[in-house]
Design a protein around this ligand. Structure first.
Ligand code: GSH
Length: 204
C-alpha cells in the first residue's frame, strides 16, 4: 500500500498512526504540500481530483478520504471497530474543519476565519470532554469503550495538535487523559507536535 503523505498533515498522520498500531507496512510517498502545492499537480489531481491528502493506493483501489482509509486498513481487524465508529468519524471530519483549519492558518498561513474556526473547535472540545467524562464514570477511557478503535485514531491528531492552532487543551482533563492513553498504546508513533509517552504504562 502506498500513502501519499505530508509529514505535517493531521489527516495523513491518522493513516500513519493506524498502520503503525496495526503493524501494517506502508510505503510513504512524500508530497510537497507546503510550500510546493504538489497535491494540486496534474499527477496528483489525476489520482485525486479533489486535490487533497491523504491518498492511499492498494493495488487498483484508490482511497482519498482518511475515514475510508482507516476502514480499509482495519477491514480484517474487527478489534479496531465498533458500531459507534461512524458518528465519531463524522465528528473527526468536523474537527478537521475547525481545529485543523485553525492550525493550518497558524502554522502555514492558510486563509481562514480564525475566530470562527477556533470557536467551532472549542465547542467540539466541550462535547468531547463531556463524552469522555461520562465514559470515565463507566470505567471506560476510549471513545467507544474500553479498547481504542478507528474512532479514537480519527479524532486524536486534530485534538492533540489543537494548541498549534491557538486552542488550549488545559480546560479538558478527560481529553488529556484520553490522549495519554492513546500516546501510550504499543506501536504508537509520533509526528512533529505530538510526542510519545513511552515511559507510561497503559492506564487502562
Ligand atoms: N476529508 C479529507 C480531508 C483531508 C484534508 O483536509 N487534507 C488537507 C491536508 S491536512 C488537504 O489536503 N487540503 C488540501 C487543500 O486545502 O488544498 C480526509 O479526512 O481525508
Amino acid at each position: 500500500m502506498i500513502l501519499y503523505d505530508y509529514v505535517l498533515s493531521a489527516s495523513c498522520y491518522k493513516v500513519r498512526l493506524m498502520a503503525a498500531l496495526l503493524g501494517t507496512p506502508l510505503t510513504l510517498r512524500a508530497v510537497n504540500f507546503h510550500p510546493g502545492r504538489e497535491h494540486k499537480s496534474p499527477e496528483m489531481l489525476a489520482l485525486n481530483p479533489k486535490g487533497t491528502l491523504p491518498i492511499l493506493t492498494d493495488g487498483d483501489t484508490v482511497l482519498t478520504d482518511s475515514a475510508d482509509i482507516l476502514r480499509h486498513l482495519t477491514a480484517d481487524h474487527p478489534e479496531w471497530r465498533s458500531t459507534d465508529d461512524d458518528r465519531w468519524l463524522a465528528f473527526a471530519s468536523a474537527l478537521n474543519a475547525s481545529l485543523g483549519l485553525a492550525r493550518l492558518h497558524d502554522v502555514i498561513g492558510y486563509d481562514a476565519d480564525i475566530d470562527k474556526a477556533r470557536a467551532a473547535g472549542v465547542a467540539a472540545l466541550r462535547t468531547l470532554e463531556a463524552h469522555l467524562t461520562e465514559q470515565r464514570f463507566d470505567g471506560l477511557i476510549f471513545l467507544t469503550g474500553s479498547k481504542p478503535t478507528i474512532a479514537d485514531i480519527a479524532c486524536f491528531p486534530n485534538i492533540a495538535l489543537a494548541p498549534d492552532g491557538g486552542v488550549s487543551l488545559d480546560p479538558y482533563p478527560s481529553v488529556r487523559l484520553w490522549m495519554r492513553a492513546i500516546r501510550s498504546l504499543p506501536g504508537f508513533i509520533e509526528m512533529p507536535g505530538i510526542h510519545r509517552l513511552h515511559e507510561l504504562a497503559h492506564p487502562v
